[in-house]
Design a protein around this ligand. Structure first.
Ligand code: PHE
Ligand code: FE
Length: 326
């Protein structure tokens, strides 16, 4: 069975997605050595890893892939995604004619929040990614998935990055959050707490839910750009849906190979921004001594929107353990 792989951050976060702290066993000199050996950009990329979008080079089939994905998601989203996302989608007019031209999107985006989209070939080093965010540049993959990959993809492509992330960047509060996150990422790299901060990105920017007067709504790009995870995150009885708590989130590992077992619900973008503008220094200190919280655990006294059955995770685990039946 095909499974939608979670489309994660454009940075390594937790050691390339493995659930290992990236600083396990590293001395400072080792991480400095690793930094010195950081990969240089491919030959056709600039020093900041950006490339031309080369919009004219997309084929008719590639534009069609965008349109197919766009229409499929657009129809699922009303009643499931937050208003800010839908407003952003409308303002940017992302279905105008296949794959959007960044030059055109940027006119509107810069006017609204000062953000712009820049094209990159694929994953970029952490420090490069954070520098872009801190300067209100969102790095987006230039390529689009193949037609046989509509539901299955390991590396974020232009549909995930632009359809999933860019509408929220039209919202001033979310735009401020992402830029602050870029600065926070630079700091987390220095103080070697990126594994904690990556979880915040994962459970907000990629897989976040929001409480609204009309019920829970999606704002995370990893959900919104996936048909299957949109349905799973909103409608399935399997996952936990818990109230957002900053430190709790930073102690919770995540799934990169399957749907999330737990989603965290923010009361509003304003509350998210306010909670994260605090100085994380003392939090990082406390996290040194704190254990991770098991991925499906519900801790006493936290706010529970849904106590998940975890049926999906359990059946997947069993399926993987069993030899394929004929
Ligand atoms: N306030 C955080 C710090 O002191 C930075 C941050 C802001 C991180 C917003 C994430 C999101 O490190
Ligand atoms: Fe993403």
């Amino acid at each position: 069975m095909k499974r939608v792989l979670a489309l994660g951050p454009r940075f390594r976060g937790e050691n390339g997605g493995l659930e290992l702290p990236i600083d396990a066993g590293h001395s400072l000199s080792m991480s400095l050595a690793a930094e010195a050996a950081a990969p240089s950009p491919p030959p056709h990329a600039a020093a900041d890893w950006t490339i031309d979008q080369s919009w004219d080079a997309y084929t008719a089939a590639e534009h069609q892939t965008w349109t197919t994905l766009y229409e499929r998601q657009r129809q699922l989203l009303p009643g499931r995604v937050c208003d800010a996302f839908l407003r952003g989608l409308d303002v940017l007019d992302l279905h105008r004619g296949g794959i959007p031209d960044f030059a055109r999107i940027n006119e509107e985006l810069v006017r609204l929040t000062g953000w712009r989209v820049v094209a990159v070939p694929g994953l970029v080093p952490d420090a490069v990614f954070f520098d872009h965010l801190a300067n209100r540049r969102f790095p987006a993959g230039q390529f689009i998935r193949r037609p046989d990959q509509l539901d299955y993809l390991k590396e974020p492509d232009i549909f995930h990055d632009v359809f999933g992330h860019v509408p929220m960047l039209t919202d001033p509060v979310f735009g401020d959050y992402m830029a602050a996150y870029g600065r926070g990422g630079q700091r987390a790299l220095r103080v070697r707490h990126l594994h904690n901060l990556a979880r915040l990105y994962w459970y907000t920017v990629e897989f976040g839910l929001m409480e609204t007067a009309d019920g829970l709504r999606i704002y995370g790009a990893g959900i919104v750009s996936s048909k299957a995870e949109t349905l799973f995150a909103m409608d399935d009885p399997s996952p936990n849906r818990l109230g957002f708590d900053l430190e709790r989130v930073m102690r919770t590992p995540y799934r990169i190979d399957d749907f999330q077992q737990t989603y965290f619900v923010i009361p509003s973008l304003e509350v998210l921004l306010e909670a994260t503008l605090r100085d994380f220094g003392p939090i990082y200190d406390r996290l040194e001594g704190a254990k991770d919280i098991p991925i499906e655990a519900i801790t006493p006294s936290e706010r529970v929107f849904t106590r998940g059955s975890q049926a999906h995770a359990r059946s997947e685990k069993q399926r993987r353990a069993e030899p394929a039946a004929g």
